[in-house]
Design a protein around this ligand. Structure first.
Ligand code: SAM
Length: 207
């Protein structure tokens, strides 16, 4: 799953520039027995399977051996909601991160003894922690100076001040299917354009 995302676009560019380095740890490599088992049924009953502690702890230890100071993050719907401000703060830091991606019904709770932070990408449930991890990685890495084309592009994006959403944008042609680009954007009056953009930016109504 990670290959497609981490080897394309900004993520690929960031690695080329040596701005970031990724290392994959496959839980299955630490699975138990000949079938490399990584999951088991929950004590107390209930539907679904949980990721077992032995492979989880071994995988985190393997990652820690490579990046001993790394912060360990658990992807989980019960975690702290991911925000642009956090992406910016983590991008500014030089820290390493280990992302634990859950599967099935989640993880054995004892993994919490090595988890530094629980992170959620929103109030909905996904099949695994891979998409949340990639979402978070993308949002951090594209903010590393030099990764985005224009150094200003991140500064004027939605949520860059914590609450404002981007104004409407247009490109060529001037008229498409009878829909015309607002005159002010064609006027060349920078102050008027800035005023229009400010007026048409939305304040995000989100907690
Ligand atoms: N039983 C869990 C619950 O009710 O919260 C959901 C498990 S989910 C099917 C499997 C895994 O996907 C989770 O362990 C977590 O790693 C990941 N996941 C799902 N939704 C997520 C979200 N909104 N944010 C972060 N991780 C999520």
């Amino acid at each position: 799953m990670f290959e497609g995302v981490l080897h394309n676009s900004m993520m690929w560019k960031a690695q080329e520039q040596k701005a970031v380095e990724f290392r994959m740890v496959n839980l299955r490599d630490f699975g138990l027995g000949p079938r490399k088992q990584v999951d088991d049924t929950p004590y107390g009953g209930g539907d679904g399977m949980l990721l077992k502690p032995e492979p989880l702890f071994a995988a985190v230890a393997d990652a820690k051996a490579y990046t001993p100071e790394a912060k360990v993050l658990l992807m989980t719907p019960r975690g702290q909601r991911w925000k642009q401000a956090t992406a910016q703060a983590w991008s500014d830091s030089n820290d390493d991160y280990i992302f634990i991606c859950g599967r099935y019904e989640g993880v054995d709770e004892r993994i919490m003894t090595v988890v530094d932070e629980q992170v959620s990408v929103g109030d909905y449930v996904l099949t695994g922690g891979e998409l949340p991890a990639m979402t978070i990685i993308d949002s951090i890495v594209r903010l590393i100076p030099g990764v985005l084309g224009g150094e200003n592009s991140a500064a004027i994006e939605s949520f860059s001040d914590g609450e404002t959403l981007e104004f409407p944008q247009y490109t060529r042609p001037e008229v498409f299917n009878d829909m015309k680009v607002p005159d002010v954007l064609l006027s060349g009056h920078h102050a008027e354009i800035a005023k229009w953009r400010d007026k048409n930016s939305l304040k995000a109504n989100k907690e």
